[in-house]
Design a protein around this ligand. Structure first.
Ligand code: ZN
Length: 224
């Protein structure tokens, strides 16, 4: 089970349908892997419903309740779907590759192995998603088992969901379903676990800034 959950405000915005598509994809995928976040979402939804009840009817659009109910139904469907998504994973646990969670599969339409990964040096490969979405960089990263990502800090927010393997940094160890959040106050050097390649979905809303000894050179060459 995921140990590192996304911040509450991210789930709240997801429940309200106000997240930008890259982050919405990340949260939807996380939610399929985390019963705890599904419970949290249901709580937010019931609070949202209670708030609607307390609003003067005249202030609401005629179809407001209907659209909220439709949203709740859709989220419930997503939660049910996630239960299904975990089953093939159990089947795959005997050594074969883990499956792509449903919300992400809708975008990739294939397994991780079948993606046209772009090598970024000897230990990192990436695959871009939603390349035209303004203001966000969305990509899958595949970090070779045991390899280090260059030390860096962040120009803005960085949201990382682990899909396979694990990585560790100054704030702990992150495995499948975990979400790591970093910002300009965080400098870190993630290291992939030795058990296998780490595949994660990373969303940033500003470029990373390399801070290690080779930082300036890397900033010049690597468009992270
Ligand atoms: Zn980072």
């Amino acid at each position: 089970m995921a140990q590192h959950l996304p911040p509450e405000e991210l789930l709240l915005d997801y429940a309200a349908g106000t997240l930008a598509e890259p982050l919405s994809l990340l949260v939807a995928t996380h939610v399929t892997l985390s019963p705890e976040s599904r419970r949290q979402l249901r709580t937010f939804e019931s609070i949202g419903g209670a708030m609607l009840d307390s609003v003067e009817p005249a202030q609401m659009a005629p179809d407001a309740l209907e659209s909220v109910m439709a949203k709740l139904d859709a989220d419930a469907d997503a939660a049910v779907g996630s239960g299904l998504a975990e089953r093939p994973r159990a089947a795959a646990a005997a050594g074969s590759q883990e499956t792509v969670p449903a919300p992400l599969r809708d975008y990739l339409k294939r397994d991780f192995d079948a993606l046209p990964w772009r090598e970024r040096g000897s230990s990192v490969a990436e695959f871009s998603l939603l390349p035209d979405y303004p203001g966000y960089k969305t990509r899958l990263l595949r970090i070779r088992a045991g390899a280090k990502i260059p030390q860096h800090t962040h120009g803005g927010g960085e949201y990382t969901l682990v899909l396979e393997g694990s990585f560790s940094d100054e704030s702990g160890r992150f495995a499948r379903g975990d979400v790591a959040v970093a910002d300009p106050d965080v400098t870190h050097q993630p290291v992939a676990g030795s058990e296998g390649d780490c595949i994660c979905l990373a969303v940033t809303d500003a470029p990373l800034k390399m801070t290690g000894p080779l930082g300036r050179i890397l900033n010049y060459f690597v468009d992270m």
